[in-house]
Design a protein around this ligand. Structure first.
Ligand code: CA
Length: 381
């Protein structure tokens, strides 16, 4: 029996069913209320009230907004059967406990980037970003079309989680520096905010990676605690005000060539869902993946224009320095896969896909950028 909101109220109005009967029939809950989408609820359907814990500051531009939009979309598509309350990092649990919170059922869904969980599962970082790895387009191709997702699901299964690709930053910028970087020597003693594997590579080059929370970076640069910082791209970097405090803006973000963002759902909870709701969660994640990358590209392009108008000079890292960093990165990755068999399996798939994708990109994307779309005004030194 399906009772719609309309027939529910009609029933009350005509006095054909008593309210106590209805309360008994629907488990004592008031399912008559309209959800925020204005869609009538199907009264016989099970209602899910979920919590999403995220690693992002509340409403963090684009990335946190995507989580809010994901929740709205799931609610709309499910006619209100799943409602998700989104918590910013540290609102419900500390940001970096999101993974364990969802794994153990303290929340049903989480949002983060897989490299945050490298301490629990070293292979996780290949599903977010590794220095000199794949860009957004290639990473999506590997995960969605090249077998990456199956490995990711296998890895997260052991943690009682179901992973979903949920966004990408695109190629990030190399960061803001208070001094010119002309050779690998200039990285010696450099105090830079650069997390993850990028930090380990900098360490091999003689620099000092410094861990500072987002809110402390500007002051760190101002007070000389930092000589440099990476963050995201022109849009987010400008919001942080780095253009007012650091002299040189370098490209490219060799350390994060396209960081994938993720949603992860408690697997026990996910497995018990009816297939239509599982499909809704997956579809909303696919939408979020596209929306986030598109917003990043749009807002970064706009912010770059503004930065150039303000006279900010973009520098290119010297080629020899990049090649040296590539060598250090290989050493760091070898250290990971030598100590973790699953990481080796994932990296072999990743690396073999990257080699093929790189060749294809060279004869298509690169030719397009270099020969078709080149903007001579933006030639960098
Ligand atoms: Ca970054």
């Amino acid at each position: 029996m399906k009772i719609t909101r309309k027939s529910f109220f009609k029933g009350i109005a005509l006095g054909t069913v008593s309210l106590p009967f209805l309360i008994r029939a629907f488990g004592g809950k008031n399912y008559a209320q309209e959800d925020s989408t204005g869609a009538p609820n199907v009264l016989t359907a099970k209602q899910y009230r979920w919590k999403m814990v995220t690693t992002w500051p509340p409403n963090f531009p684009i990335i946190g907004e995507a989580c809010n939009k994901y929740a709205e979309l799931v609610e709309k598509m499910s006619g209100g059967r799943i409602r998700i309350r989104v918590y910013g990092g540290n609102e419900l649990v500390p940001a970096l406990e999101a993974f364990d919170t969802v794994r153990t059922g303290g929340a049903e869904i989480g949002s983060g980037a897989a490299y945050y969980w490298a301490g629990k599962a070293p292979a996780a970082q290949f599903f977010a970003s590794v220095p000199f790895g794949m860009n957004a387009q290639q990473l999506n191709a590997w995960i969605i079309g090249g077998g990456g997702l199956q490995l990711w699901e296998e890895l997260y299964r052991d943690f009682n989680l179901v992973p979903m690709a949920g966004g990408n930053t695109g190629v990030q910028m190399g960061g803001w520096f208070n001094r010119e970087i002309n050779s690998i020597e200039d990285l010696k003693g450099l105090k830079m905010r650069i997390p993850g594997l990028g930090g380990k590579v900098l360490e091999k080059a003689g620099g000092s990676p410094v861990l500072l929370a987002g809110g402390e970076i500007y002051t760190g640069l101002e007070r000389g605690i930092l000589d440099a910082t990476e963050w995201l791209g022109p849009y987010h970097d400008t919001l942080m005000g780095f253009q007012d405090i650091a002299k040189y803006y370098y490209t490219p973000g060799w350390h994060e060539p396209g960081t994938m963002l993720e949603y992860f759902v408690n697997k026990e909870t996910y497995d018990k869902l009816p297939p239509d709701l599982q499909a809704i969660l997956q579809t909303a994640a696919a939408w979020s993946n596209l929306w986030t990358l598109s917003q990043m590209e749009a807002k970064n392009a706009e912010a770059l224009t503004t930065l150039l108008e303000k006279g900010v000079t973009i520098r290119r890292f010297p080629k020899e320095l990049i090649n040296q960093l590539r060598q250090y990165t290989n050493e760091v990755i070898t250290g990971i896969i030598d100590n973790d068999p699953f990481s080796r399996r994932v990296y072999e798939s990743y690396d073999s896909f990257r080699n093929k994708a790189a060749n294809y990109s060279l004869i298509t994307e690169k030719e397009f950028y270099d020969k078709i779309q080149k903007n001579s005004e933006l030639d960098l030194g």
